[in-house]
Design a protein around this ligand. Sequence first.
Ligand SMILES: [Zn+2]
Length: 132
Amino acid sequence: MNSSELERFRRYLEVHREVALRSLHRLGEVVLTGDLECSQDMADLPATGTQEPSPQPSDERLRLLRLIEAALTRIQEGSYGICAACGREIQARRLDALPWTQYCLRCQQFRERRAEMEDWPADQPVRVRKAG
Ligand SMILES: [Zn+2]
């Protein structure tokens, strides 16, 4: 990967880091002001307007933020675009779609399959493939 490509990914990642930080910050504010400003009169009223169903900071957003920061570190270290599992170059098309990924498609699919087998969510039905 040449330096102008790296620079493009670095900018892209920085924009996404900013967005992720802001959305986490906003979620934190909602929780804080909810505790501080909720008067007794208001407490019994149902929530109105655009309140999201799950007000707690999202694990998913935190996870993404960590991935983005790790990717920026890899750019600095010069290991960006190299699969962390097998050491091969990650396809450019894959990096375009998921610039913070640290695995090539093959290793990612392998890890997801393994995660599914080890930690299948209990509330999700297991899809059974019909034979024939
Ligand atoms: Zn790989």
